[in-house]
Write a protein that binds this ligand. Structure first.
Ligand SMILES: Nc1ncnc2c1ncn2[C@@H]1O[C@H](COP(=O)(O)OP(=O)(O)OP(=O)(O)O)[C@@H](O)[C@H]1O
Length: 246
């Protein structure tokens, strides 16, 4: 098994508050891995750490064998969809993708290939800032896919997608994984994740679980949601009044 991503005692403190603590897990090639946790659990911080967008306070995050900064031209092998990374909101979809295509030194035809691949061709003349949330997700994925990466890092990629979009994304990611690509995605949508991923990482400041979905759910006999709440119990304030008094 080839280790594509590795967190090794990764910790991050913001303003004196440790938001991720001693996180260690690895992602193997060809797997789709769901990074799960409540709001503020540290998912985006961890993904950003893997991409060198933030520096860990201690520990390491390695991707393709080293830090992201050490990858050099190999960084093309990593496709990223994270809010706020790599878009020109005033440009049209086609222009934004053309600029990204040029920056990556790819043939101009690649832009049209990813417009087709991500079902965005009909939106090519819309400004990025006018896209609906779901279309914005497709646009981010299109940028991530330009260099035909081996690794995809996607922060909440199903956010705002309609059922057809979610189904499409699931099929798309499985196809990539079957071809040997690796996917690490964060999500809140447990029922959806259950249908998409091979492995699960549950984070709530510290690591709560890392392993296969199959093992976690006893071969599918238990729901992921049930397992999740065992590992990360709901706070009292997140329960409706009726449930508290039951
Ligand atoms: N640059 C920053 N400066 C200060 N605090 C930050 C910074 N980035 C994140 N945080 C804090 O770190 C904690 C973890 O945030 P993070 O975005 O990693 O969580 P998350 O699991 O992705 O949450 P969500 O599901 O809500 O997106 C939060 O309390 C957040 O406010």
């Amino acid at each position: 098994m080839v280790k594509i991503l590795e967190f090794d005692n990764f910790s991050k403190t913001f303003n004196g508050r440790e938001v991720v603590k001693n996180l260690s897990f690895s992602v193997q090639q060809g797997r789709i891995v769901g990074l799960l946790g409540k709001n503020g659990a540290g998912k985006s911080t961890s993904l950003r750490g893997a991409l060198g967008l933030i520096r860990p306070t201690s520990g390491h995050a390695r991707i393709l064998g080293g830090s992201f900064a050490e990858l050099g031209i190999q960084a093309r092998r990593v496709g990223v969809s994270i809010e706020g990374v790599g878009h020109t909101p005033d440009a049209t979809v086609a222009r934004d993708l053309r600029v990204c295509t040029q920056l990556l030194g790819l043939p101009a035809s690649r832009r049209d290939e990813v417009l087709d691949l991500t079902g965005l061709d009909h939106a090519r003349n819309l400004p990025v800032k006018k896209l609906s949330t779901g279309m914005r997700q497709r646009h981010s994925l299109a940028v991530a896919m330009l260099a035909n990466p081996d690794v995809l890092i996607l922060d909440e990629p199903t956010n705002g997608l309609d059922p057809e979009g979610i189904h499409w994304l699931r099929t798309f990611l499985r196809m990539r994984a079957n071809e040997g690509s690796t996917v690490l995605l964060s999500s809140h949508m447990l029922a959806e994740v259950e249908q998409t991923v091979d492995d699960v990482v549950i984070l709530q400041q510290t690591l709560r679980y890392s392993g296969s979905l199959h093992d976690l759910t006893a071969g599918g006999r238990r729901r992921l949601e049930e397992c999740f709440f065992e590992l990360v119990p709901p706070t009292d304030s997140s329960l409706p009044e009726a449930a508290k008094n039951a």
